[in-house]
Design a protein around this ligand. Structure first.
Ligand code: C5P
Length: 315
């Protein structure tokens, strides 16, 4: 059997939320030590690559954005999007230039605290690896991902996982009680994004006494293993919520509206401004979402955990 050249590869990468996020004092390199629990939720960007690109522009990037995504906020010019850097680093790892036409099909809100840019970078690594038949070992992909950004390794892995270091050192929870549970989330993005460095810098101003080391307390893992949403609701925590709300006081109203609509608990996701609300079941989440729709422009329902970056089409 003769093998046909690959015509296109489509790879899907999930959004992440932080169920727990403790932030320490800035390290000498400027990054903050994190003790976090990530969860991948069912809100995805798809990246499709095809043979293409040109001599001067090895990676030609186009965008197809869902209605709720601020398409203008996505940088596409050469060198401006994390997908370009992903292609460069993967190419450098293999000593070659990786050419392709790349389409980002975007449903993850931009600059929303959901690691959408990281998802695109992770999807690009996997898609280009398949398109060019590079067979990059998983550990090498994870190392390149860590270089691309703190959240990118988790985008590759998905599921529910603990993150330490600057967030790039990720350990999946393999306990079946945690891995096989399903949690229901109502996700309320915001039209206007928040800059992650700005939120971290504001955290430093508000918390000059932050600890040098931070950990995820055992009660978070126990709450996950309980599979009881009311127990998990009680341990949800985000140190970046305070600075995010200070920079965006309108989010206080969003959090209040979600809890008034019956959600078990609402928190800001990562550096915000997206707010996520834990609900008790699918029916409960749809009910909370319906109640929020008149006052919030975009309201989504998603479950977690879901798989990390994976190939969905190969033709
Ligand atoms: O790692 P990443 O490139 O996604 O981080 C974006 C920015 O967020 C960093 O430049 C830094 O300002 C801030 N950050 C941080 N500490 C972390 C992660 C991110 O200060 N652990």
């Amino acid at each position: 059997m003769t093998s046909q050249p690959v015509r296109s590869v489509t790879v899907r990468a999930p959004a992440k939320i932080n169920l727990y996020l403790a932030v320490g004092a800035p390290r000498p390199d400027g990054f903050h030590p994190l003790g976090t629990v990530y969860q991948a939720i069912g809100l995805y960007d798809d990246v499709t690559v095809r043979p293409g690109g040109s001599g001067t522009v090895p990676l030609r990037v186009t965008l197809d954005a869902a209605d709720h995504v601020e398409a203008d906020a996505v940088p596409l010019a050469p060198g401006t999007n994390l997908v370009h850097r992903a292609a460069q680093l993967l190419g450098a790892h293999h000593g070659r230039t990786l050419r392709a036409d790349l389409l980002i099909d975007k449903a993850i809100p931009v600059a929303g605290g959901l690691a959408g840019g990281s998802a695109d970078a992770a999807a690009t690594l996997v898609a280009l690896d398949r398109l060019h038949d590079l067979e990059t070992p998983d550990d090498d992909l994870l190392a390149i991902a860590a270089e691309l950004g703190s959240d990118v390794p988790f985008s590759l892995l998905g599921g529910t996982a603990a993150g330490v270091g600057r967030g790039e050192l990720v350990t999946p929870y393999v306990d079946p009680a945690i891995a096989e549970a399903t949690w229901w989330w109502v996700v309320v993005p915001s039209r206007e994004g928040l800059s992650t460095p700005r939120v971290f810098a504001h955290y430093d101003r508000l918390r000059p006494d932050a600890a040098e080391e931070v950990v995820v307390p055992d009660r978070v893992m126990a709450a996950l293993a309980s599979q009881d949403p009311t127990v998990l609701a009680a341990v949800l925590h985000n140190d970046l919520q305070l600075p995010a709300l200070d920079l965006r006081p309108d989010l206080v109203g969003v959090l209040e509206a979600g809890e008034e609509a019956g959600a078990l608990r609402g928190i800001v996701s990562g550096s915000g401004p997206t707010c996520v609300f834990l609900c008790a079941s699918g029916d409960h989440a749809r009910e909370v979402a319906d109640r929020l729709r008149p006052s919030c422009e975009v309201v989504l329902v998603a479950t977690g955990p879901v798989a990390g970056t994976h190939r969905v089409e190969y033709v």
